[in-house]
Structure formats: structure tokens, C-alpha cells
Design a protein around this ligand. Structure first.
Ligand code: AGP
Length: 598
């Protein structure tokens, strides 16, 4: 989703901004731009499409300035055109702004500004911001920025500059992540810590109700009454991700292949360090897992673990729906937010709502120091390292494993299973990484299946129990990066309607890792085959494999974790299908890695 970068210091800003934007590219965008202050005016360069176009266009100008802002835009209001790309300037050209989020009252503000003679160049909600700064400016940029921010409803992360006060960047945020970093003789602003250069920096998060003023001499924080405030730097993950595909063609493949090692590391995690009190762990009445997309699917796996192992009733909620159905939250409820980025706007909004209602909170996140990590009562890190491909792979399986371990921990603490039993399950869990290794070694087999399905228009994923949840994840992955319409169905539910879609040659991916459900799965496979479906079974079971048209043998494992192995194989299937279709597996169309708007 949109990304902000900004720099003020002694060096020329252009290459610093472009490098920052390069790193933010993985978040997803459809246009980009930079604005650099030069001799009392702004030099602006914007381009629709990929960053290469911006780089090319920016060569037509020298850009000697040392203070600037840049942006990658993921269109919400207005098409992804050059006019709509950020930065946006005020009518008189003296204010320049980049923005992430949505100004929900933009229409009303536009109307008001038009009445005062302002005209607009773009269709964006953002353009009202520099115009308001111009409108409010009476000799003090900071005051104009503050007044502007107070007018905005909705979510925002803002970086602004003015030709009236060269060398300064003004930053503010509400419900959208924004970080500032202070180094020697320079300051940076960015929506993601990875965009900061790998040098010694003090990093601060800009919170709602705060304003940051950056200059080469440092950063000043104020509240909305203009009073100075003191802030503590935060710890965030910063790794050089830019070109580190470790020899793989795509980050997605690299990240899939990293899974055995990540699962091995996680299998050693000591849940005893969980920062929730023992009292809460023992008294939890029920759990609400809130998450989006793949993280929601990990939540479904978590529900099965928490209920079957720890005996805790668990509800899994799509975060985007949570607040709109008056959820019942009572004392003793634990809300778990699951998120790779820790910055998903829907999840954050649902999470804050639950906090307001007094629920205890835990987050299962991948990105160190992210909003969900900072705001929760307890954090469990998935520790999968930076995930760059838009389609999540390693973070998803890590989420599932962390939720499994949490469930074992609760089960032990609540006396649902003996220490001996728990130990046995942990021993089995420790074998998961080597089994995942066997799955990734089957890449060539999986690639062959991808050749068969790459040209279909529709495909079904079916499974029962935990495999039904994995089917949902497999279908999402395939849709995301191959643009093939995929539908996931609980296999037993097919006959209640969807089976009418089966006809000669309909491809069906059947996932069967749960021994107790093999017989039932066989019947469901027979049902679709009888209607002409071509079945690809992903299973450790020889009999199911024989009944399918094509089988991928999965290693046999503990009933709780078999579907993790199936998920890894389905990730590879999506990857090879995308590659077979000549698509960019890392950056699928229309999608963003970190979805920071609701
Ligand atoms: C999965 O491949 C997705 N790209 C998407 O569904 C993602 O899982 C979802 O947007 C949630 O993101 P988060 O884990 O960062 O909160």
C-alpha cells in the first residue's frame, strides 16, 4: 500500500528518496513521485506505473536539493495517473504533501476550499491537505500544518514541506503508521522502517495527536496544542532487503524455501516467556482471533488448536467485519490479533475496539515494533524475518505454528493435558521442519501439476476439518498471484450446492491430511469424480492417492500439523502456476503487502 519517504540533511535528497521508494516497492503501488525543495521552490517529478519510469523521468532534472519527500501510491481516490500521484502541491506551489490513508471528509473540504477560490488538479482526497495549509498559512508553517491536521477526519500519515521554511519536513499520523529517524546531521521519515538507510539512527513512532518537525539538526515533537513533548526511541526490525533474493528468481520462492528453517527455530520457542499473566492464561473464558486474509486462515487453524487442545471456546473474526456486528466481549475474554505486518488497518481498528471494551489482548505478529506489537498486552513474534512477496508464505505457516504452541501452553497451564502428553506433541512438532524440507524438495513434482492447471479459468480446493481451512488458504494464494478463479469448499458441503458446478474436466485440488477423515474424503472425491472432475490429491494416504487422477504425496505427520505441510505444497503450486503464466509472483496486480486503509 502507499509508502512515504522523506529526507532532510546535507546530502542531495534525490537518490536517498529513490532508494527508500525502491525498498517500499514491495508494499504494492501503481504510481510514484518525489518533490525536492530547491532555491525556494519545489522540483516535482511524478510517474504512473513502476518506479523505473519515475527514475527515468527524474533524470531530466538535476535535483540538487537536500530536503525532499517521496511516495508510492496505491490508488483509492482517483485512477493511478500521474496527476493523482503524490506529492501534491498547493495552488500557489508553496506547500507539498505526501499522504497515506484516506481523508474521509475530503469532499466537504474541497467544497469549502473551492468557495474560497482554490482549484484542484487531481481527483485525490490528499490534495485538500496542501491546499488547507495554504489556506491557513499566516507566517508560520507549523501552525498551518496543525490547523490542517485538525480539520481532517479518517486516517492519515502525512509528510509536508513548505518553501516558506526550507529544510523542514512536518509529519503527523493517525491510524496509519509513520516513523521518523534521527541521525547525525540528518533526519528521515518513512511509513516503514525498512526504508531507512542501515546506519545508526534513533527511530520514533509518530502517534495520533503528535506532530514532528524534522530538520537536519534533529526532530522536535509537539502535541496538538503546540507544546513540546519528549518521546522514547523504539526498537524496530531493519534489514537490508533490497536485492537479497539469495539466488532465487523471486522473493516468494525464497520465502517458501525458508520455511523448514523458520519452523525449526520456532519449534524451540519457550512459551513460558509469554507476557500474559498466569492468572489470565488460566481464567480465559473465550478467545476472539481477529485477522485478515491469510492471517485469518491461520486464525482458523488456531481455533481448532485452542478448542481441541486447550478447551477454550474460540471465535475467528474477519477484522474488517468485527466492529460492525456488536461483538460480545466480556471479562475474561482474550482477543488475539494475527498479522504479518502488524499494520493492517482493519485488524488494528478491530483490535483497538476490543481494547476499548476492556478485553485482554495478545498479538501474533512478524514485524518487530509494529503497531499491533506495541499496543498489545502481550506479543508473540512469528520471527519469520522480513517477508517481501505480497503473497504471504513463511509468515502464514509461522503464525499457525505459534498458535499451536500457544494452545499447547494454555492446555498445560489449564490442566487440559498432562506434561507428558504435551511433551509428546512437542516432540512430534519438532519433526515438522524436516517434513517441510521433504515437501519443498518435491518442487518439481508440484511444478508438473502447475503445468496442468495454469490455463484453467476455475478451480476448486476441497478438504475436511483442518484441511478445509488449508483449502481456503490454498485458493486465496492461487487467486492472488495467478488470477485464476479458485473456490475453496469444505468437502462435505459440496453436495449442498456447489457440486452443480462440477463437469467434465473441472480441476479439483483435494487435500487430505487428517487420518480420521480419510474415508469421508474418499467419498467426496468419488462424488466429484462421478461428475467428471479431474482430481489432484495432496495427501500422505496411498488409497486416496490411487483414487485421484494425480497425487502429490505429503509426509505423514501429527493430525494437528499435517495441514501445515499441505499449505507449503499449495504455496509452491501457486508460485509455479504464476511463473508458468509469465506473471510476477512477488507483485500481483492490485494488491498491497501491507493494507493500511480500511
Ligand atoms: C496473503 O497472501 C495476503 N497478501 C493477505 O491476505 C494478508 O494475509 C492480509 O492482508 C493480512 O495481512 P497482515 O498479516 O499483514 O495483517
Amino acid at each position: 500500500m502507499c509508502g512515504i519517504v522523506g529526507y532532510t540533511g546535507k546530502k542531495q535528497a534525490k537518490s536517498i528518496l529513490l532508494s527508500g521508494l525502491d525498498i517500499l516497492e514491495y508494499r504494492g503501488y501503481d504510481s510514484a513521485g518525489i518533490c525536492i525543495e530547491e532555491n525556494g521552490a519545489f522540483a516535482l517529478c511524478k510517474a504512473s506505473g513502476k518506479l523505473e519510469r519515475l527514475r527515468e523521468k527524474s533524470q531530466n532534472h538535476v535535483f540538487s536539493g537536500t530536503c525532499g519527500i517521496g511516495h508510492t501510491r496505491w490508488a483509492t481516490h482517483g485512477a493511478p495517473t500521474e496527476e493523482n500521484a503524490h506529492p501534491h502541491l498547493s495552488s500557489d506551489g508553496s506547500f507539498s504533501v505526501v499522504h497515506n490513508g484516506i481523508v474521509e471528509n475530503a469532499e466537504a473540504l474541497r467544497a469549502m476550499l473551492k468557495e474560497h477560490g482554490f482549484s484542484f488538479r487531481s481527483d485525490t482526497d490528499t490534495e485538500v491537505v496542501p491546499q488547507l495549509m495554504q489556506y491557513f498559512y499566516r507566517g508560520n508553517v507549523q501552525e498551518a500544518f496543525l490547523k490542517t491536521v485538525k480539520m481532517l477526519s479518517g486516517s492519515y500519515a502525512l509528510g509536508a514541506m513548505s518553501t516558506y521554511e526550507p529544510g523542514k519536513i512536518f509529519a503527523a499520523a493517525r491510524e496509519s503508521p509513520l516513523l521518523v529517524a534521527k541521525g547525525a546531521d540528518r533526519c528521515f521519515v518513512a511509513s516503514d522502517a525498512m526504508a531507512f538507510p542501515l546506519e545508526d539512527l534513533q527511530i520514533y513512532s509518530v502517534e495520533a495527536g503528535e506532530l514532528a518537525v524534522l530538520s537536519k539538526n534533529g526532530v522536535l515533537f509537539q502535541n496538538t496544542d503546540g507544546e513540546a513533548i519528549t518521546k522514547q526511541p523504539i526498537q524496530v526490525e531493519r534489514e537490508c532487503i533490497q536485492h537479497d533474493k539469495s539466488g532465487y528468481d523471486f522473493f516468494m520462492l525464497k520465502e517458501i524455501m525458508e520455511q523448514p528453517a523458520i519452523l525449526a527455530k520456532l519449534a524451540q520457542t519457550d512459551m513460558g516467556k509469554l507476557s500474559l499473566s498466569d492468572e489470565l492464561v488460566q481464567s480465559v473464558r473465550c478467545v476472539h482471533i481477529i485477522a485478515c486474509g491469510s492471517a485469518y486462515h491461520a486464525g482458523l487453524a488456531g481455533k481448532r488448536f485452542l478448542e481441541s487442545l486447550a478447551g477454550v471456546p474460540t471465535f475467528v473474526e474477519m477484522a474488517s467485519e468485527f466492529r460492525y456486528r456488536s461483538p460480545i466481549l466480556e471479562k475474561g475474554d482474550l482477543v488475539i490479533a494475527v498479522s504479518q505486518s502488524g499494520e493492517t488497518a482493519d485488524t488494528i481498528a478491530a483490535f483497538r475496539y476490543a481494547k476499548e471494551k476492556g478485553a485482554a489482548t495478545l498479538s501474533v505478529v512478524n514485524v518487530l515494533g509494529s503497531t499491533l506489537a506495541r499496543e498489545a498486552d502481550g506479543v508473540l513474534y512469528t520471527d519469520a524475518g522480513p517477508e517481501i512477496a505480497v503473497a504471504t508464505t513463511k509468515a502464514y505457516t509461522a503464525q499457525v505454528l505459534v498458535l499451536y504452541q500457544l494452545s499447547l501452553h494454555l492446555a498445560e497451564k489449564r490442566g487440559r493435558i498432562s506434561l507428558e502428553e504435551s511433551q509428546k506433541l512437542k516432540e512430534k512438532m519438532k519433526k515438522l521442519p524436516q517434513k517441510a524440507e521433504k515437501v519443498v524438495k518435491q518442487a518439481e513434482e508440484i511444478r508438473k501439476i502447475s503445468e496442468e492447471i495454469k490455463n484453467v479459468n476455475h478451480i476448486f480446493f476441497i478438504g475436511r476439518g483442518a484441511d478445509a481451512d488449508t483449502a481456503a488458504e490454498g485458493a486465496l494464494k492461487l487467486k492472488e498471484i495467478t488470477y485464476i478463479h479458485a473456490e475453496a469448499y469444505a468437502a462435505g458441503e459440496l453436495k449442498h450446492g456447489t457440486i452443480s458446478l462440477m463437469e467434465e474436466g473441472t480441476p479439483v485440488i483435494a487435500i487430505a491430511t487428517q487420518k480420521a477423515l480419510y474415508d469421508k474424503m474418499r467419498s467426496n472425491i468419488q462424488e466429484v469424480k462421478a461428475r467428471g472432475a479431474r482430481v489432484y490429491a495432496f495427501t500422505p494416504d496411498a488409497q486416496i492417492a490411487r483414487e485421484a487422477d494425480y497425487a502429490l504425496y505429503l509426509p505423514d505427520t501429527d493430525e494437528h500439523l499435517g495441514s501445515v505441510l499441505a499449505a507449503v505444497s499449495l504455496q509452491l503450486l501457486s508460485y509455479y502456476t504464476a511463473i508458468g503464466k509469465g506473471l510476477d509472483a512477488d507483485k500481483p496486480r492490485n494488491l498491497a503487502k501491507s493494507v493500511t486503509v480500511e
